[in-house]
Design a protein around this ligand. Structure first.
Ligand code: EPZ
Length: 429
């Protein structure tokens, strides 16, 4: 498999522009199945998960053409139900949006169970609760989810037992063309929930309340095409903000929505890092030694779980003992074993990690164990003294567009080494 080799220890300086948000783009691309017309999606991140999503639509018979690496025409009029290829579907968790989109379009969905990921159980019981409340009959058999409704989906009220991004978006997608009104209570507030609702409304859906606890969807019969730019990726932005603090340089992270990264900026300021806010950018620079920090990851607008590994690296570079409590997933600390190989001192007990920051890390050979853990190893390698080699980097390529290019542009000594017989990347979260 390919690997990344880093020569670390240098402050990084310059500008990094943020790409479109992966977790909004996968939902929007797959929900075009509802829109029997031509859509032009702009600011698409050029990453593996989006290529897989576009490939799934193509394999179902939709017309998909890339105008350039960040823009795609999608016309799903010729798409057929139930033929999404399992070897593509299993590559990413977001394939679960196919269930809501196929149910909403065809009244029937037959989709391979999404790959759970290695941060514990990742059930989709709340997604199924939403579909069944709308009148679908759902069975899970031989690794497939089979959902159908004879009389069509009917609007209803659904209370989400868990604040779930995927469950909220999937239920919203299925409800867009249901007969009558659907109310989703205890909905997730994430910006990607709002972006998906905004895209569907631009196609003629009637969704209100996205971004709050209660989302109301008034069913419509037909949607029409639109041109829609994906919002900037707040997790990519936060990742590069932490990179600036970790390497001790000054980086302008541009093309972002400052409000989306409020919790990340606040925690960096607590750690003695300067965050200067502009309209669509932030300039991040460490003011001196990093201070310890206590983090609890929570659903938006709390500190994002997808930033757990990255802030974990920064805490290793601080002086003193920091704590990270993972409030969303059972276990998001698999990166800790890799960090320990770089000299980190971390104790994990269930959902709590206690980090004894020593102000430095040493280069080592490590693995990307999942997407965000992988990019955290890149940050660690760039901050560490010496050489760091990272294996299994296909995880990173799922969610970070042109990562080598963007980091080299701010002075990183980072190379992608092609190792013969590298296979296609494997299933991920
Ligand atoms: C989405 O995953 C993101 N993925 C994840 O990002 C992100 O970590 C997560 O939301 C939380 O923000 C995509 O958007 C493709 P959840 P999702 O449903 O939808 C439990 C990344 O790195 N739960 O909000 O799977 C679940 O086990 C990825 O970009 C149920 O119990 O997350 C978890 O504990 C990693 N039943 C909690 O809810 C359900 O039916 C939140 O999960 C669904 C979820």
């Amino acid at each position: 498999m390919d690997k990344i080799v880093i020569h670390g220890g240098k402050p990084l300086n310059g500008e990094i522009s943020v790409s479109g948000m992966k977790n909004a783009a996968v939902a929007i691309v797959l929900s075009t199945l509802l829109v029997e017309d031509k859509c032009l999606i702009e600011n698409l991140p050029d990453i593996a998960d989006i290529n897989v999503s576009l490939e799934i639509l193509r394999s179902m018979g939709a017309k998909v053409e890339r105008k350039d690496r960040n823009t795609a025409y999608i016309d799903t009029r010729s798409a057929k139900q139930g033929v999404s290829p399992y070897d593509l579907v299993r590559k990413m968790r977001a394939s679960y949006y196919l269930i809501g989109a196929e149910l909403g379009r065809f009244g029937r969905a037959y989709v391979g169970c999404p790959g759970g990921c290695d941060f514990g159980q990742r059930p989709i019981d709340q997604h199924i609760k939403g579909f069944e409340a709308l009148g679908a009959k759902v069975t899970v058999r031989d690794g497939y989810i089979d959902a159908n409704t004879d009389e069509g989906l009917k609007g209803t009220s659904i209370y989400m037992d868990v604040v779930t991004v995927g469950g909220t978006i999937n239920t919203m997608i299925a409800a867009v063309k249901a007969e009558g009104t659907t109310i989703i209570e205890n909905a997730a507030h994430e910006p990607h929930v709002v972006d998906t609702a905004n895209f569907l409304n631009a196609c003629g859906a009637k969704i209100s309340g996205a971004g709050t606890d209660v989302i109301k969807i008034r069913g419509v019969k037909q949607l029409h095409g639109t041109t829609y730019p994906i919002i900037p990726d707040m997790i990519e932005a936060g990742t590069y903000m932490i990179l600036a603090a970790a390497t001790g340089g000054r980086i302008r992270v541009s093309n972002l929505i400052p409000k989306h990264i409020d919790s990340i900026s606040a925690k960096l300021v607590e750690m003695n890092v300067n965050v200067e806010e502009e309209d669509e950018a932030v300039v991040v620079e460490r003011k001196g030694d990093l201070s310890k920090v206590n983090i609890k990851t929570l659903p938006y607008p709390g500190f994002p779980t997808d930033m757990n590994p990255q802030i974990g690296v920064l805490a290793c570079l601080a002086n003193g003992t920091s704590m990270i409590t993972e409030g969303v997933f059972e276990n998001r600390f698999r990166y800790v074993e890799e960090l320990k190989r770089m000299g980190a001192e971390i104790k994990v007990d269930g959902r709590v990690a206690v980090i004894s920051g020593k102000g430095e890390l040493m280069g080592a050979r490590v693995r990307a164990v999942d997407l965000r853990a992988g990019i955290a190893m890149v940050i660690a390698g760039l901050a560490a003294s010496g050489i760091t080699e990272i294996d299994d980097i296909y995880h990173i390529q799922r969610g970070y567009e042109r990562v080598i290019e963007k980091l080299s542009a701010v002075g990183a000594d980072i190379k992608l080494i092609h190792v013969p017989d590298s296979g296609a990347y494997d299933k991920t979260e």
